[in-house]
Structures are given as C-alpha cells and as structure tokens.
Design a protein around this ligand. Structure first.
Ligand code: SF4
Length: 301
C-alpha cells in the first residue's frame, strides 16, 4: 500500500516527520513534488474560485497524486493549541477535496494535537485500521516527535538590515507560491526572520479579546515581540487573497505598530513576479534610507 502525502498546507512543515512515521510502521509513502505550474493549474482548475491560494494548491497536489498511490492523506487539522483552532478551511478540507475532485481514496484523520496525549491519540486513530502492534506504534510516535521540527531553519545573522517575514508556513516555505521571496530578500542584502526561528512573547493582552485562531495569535505576537525588542527594521507580511484570518491579523498588527515599516503582499494565482519585485525593492530602499538617516523619515519615505 502506498499513501500519498500532498506537499502543501501544513504538510510542508511536517512532511519529514509524517513520512518517517509511516516508514516506521511499515507503510510506503509518496510525497508530491514541490509546487510547480502544473500543480498550481490543476488546483485552480479543480477547486472553487472563492478558496484561498494555499487551498487551491493543496487540491492540485491531491490531483497530482490521484493515480500515483492507493490512498491520499488529507488531514482534518482542528487544534494545535488548547482552546484555539487553526482555520475553518482546515476543518472542512476532506469534504472540499472529496466533492471538488470526486475522489474516494482519501484518508482523513481528525488531528487535535495540543499536547503529547492528544497528538498520540490522533496518530493512533490514524493507524488503528492497519492493526499495528503497540510497541511498533510507540517507537514510531517517539520518532515522529523528534522529527517534528526538522523543517527549514533560516540563517538570519548575516546582515545589518533585518526583516520579519510573516505569513502562514505554507506561504513562507513554498518558493513557487511566494516567488522565491527569501532568496530575493537575501540578494538585496536583507536578513530574514520568520516565526519559526525566533522566540516570541504573548502580547495578546493588548487586544480587546484573546484570539482563538492559532495563526492569528502567532503572527501578532511575533510581530509585536520583535518590534518591542528592537530586533527588526521592517515587516513583510505575505498573505493569500481570500484568507479570512489574515484580514484580521494584518489590521491588528497595523493598528499597534504606528509608523513602523510594514509591507503587505497579497498573492493569488494571478500575481505577477515583476509586481512583487518592484514592491520588495522599493521597501528595501525605504529601510536603507531610514537606517542611513537615523529614522528621521516617515514610513512613506
Ligand atoms: S489560514 Fe488563510 S490561507 Fe490558510 S487555509 Fe485558512 S484561509 Fe487559507
């Protein structure tokens, strides 16, 4: 039996751990390639127009895997933090895939994983139909935990100009969707921080209400922490058109940071690379001018 793993949404971050978990219980996996034009087109063609770009891209990866494996893993990720949720589109992803693609061979485990116990329970439910021996599962689970943070670590210590790149991991780590933004920033001589390579504190007490979306809480806390500690010169927020959660977090951050340099890049399947390049270049120029002139310029230049 071969289980296909779509290389999109949060699988981008946890793919190595998932793959090794299945390998340890004796199941072969097949990961779809990095997003490319063919996969994007498959996604756009087979998904509803109103969906955000990452969900369309996920559809493309599933369609790519359809005839290449026996089952495709489409997790229903509900919670990764206690009393919080990920995003409604993650909760309904298996249904979206099933009905948009008219596909039956999907495995759709419900993932509630805010501590060791809930994570273990979710993974056990996933492999229960395979009648795996308890000892084998325990070993695979321990390996899964130790591989959870194997995803890309960025080098951010090599430049005087530092930018926080905010956005959901599947936008930040998918070079095709984000048009190689990290590489471009490095070429401009900018060091890049992301949520995954910094520690941040909880500043949500400043908000009227504690957010119940994990993504929103993380991006808000990360932005405010790095500004408060003076670690960055600017923020670039990569956001997908039609993302409901970003429509809140972008404005909540903006409201709190005053004139701190803040660039929001909204992307969808039609976004042209030249437009992104121009805006990045202009933003980096602005940061350089502010640094040179001791921040006497406004964020508008
Ligand atoms: S958080 Fe936003 S970008 Fe991510 S799946 Fe939900 S709507 Fe799409």
């Amino acid at each position: 039996m071969i289980i296909g793993i779509p290389n999109a949404l949060l699988n981008i971050k946890y793919r190595d751990a998932i793959q090794e978990f299945f390998q340890n219980i004796g199941v072969t996996t097949f990961v779809s390639p990095k997003t490319n034009k063919e996969i994007l087109d498959l996604g756009v063609l087979n998904c509803v127009d109103e969906a955000c770009l990452p969900v369309k891209v996920f559809h493309g990866h599933v369609e790519y895997l359809r005839d290449r494996c026996d089952f495709i893993l489409v997790p229903r990720i509900m919670k990764l933090q206690k009393n919080e949720f990920i995003c409604p589109k993650f909760c309904g992803l298996p249904e979206m895939i099933k009905y948009s693609l008219d596909i039956k061979n999907i495995i759709a485990p419900t993932i509630v994983a805010y501590d060791n116990k809930t994570l273990k329970k979710s993974l056990y439910e996933l492999v229960k139909p395979l009648n795996i021996k308890k000892e084998k599962f325990e070993k695979a689970f321990e390996a899964f935990k130790s591989n959870l943070y194997k995803y890309r670590n960025l080098d951010y210590k090599n430049s005087d100009l530092k930018v926080l790149l905010l956005g959901h991991p599947y936008l930040i780590y998918d070079d095709f969707i984000n048009m190689n933004i990290i590489k471009k920033l490095k070429a401009f001589g900018v060091s890049v921080y992301t949520e995954d390579n910094v520690d941040f504190y909880d500043y949500t007490y400043r908000l009227i209400k504690k957010p119940f979306w994990t993504f929103l809480r993380n991006t808000y806390n990360c932005a405010i922490s790095l500004i408060e500690t003076g670690k960055i010169d600017g923020i670039i927020y990569v956001s997908s058109f039609a993302c409901g959660i970003d429509s809140f977090s972008i404005d909540l951050i903006k409201k709190d940071i005053g004139s701190f340099p803040y660039l929001v890049l909204k992307i969808d399947e039609h976004t042209g690379e030249a437009g992104i390049d121009t805006r990045l270049e202009a933003f980096v120029d602005l940061l350089k001018r502010r640094a040179k002139n001791e921040y006497n310029f406004s964020t508008l230049g």
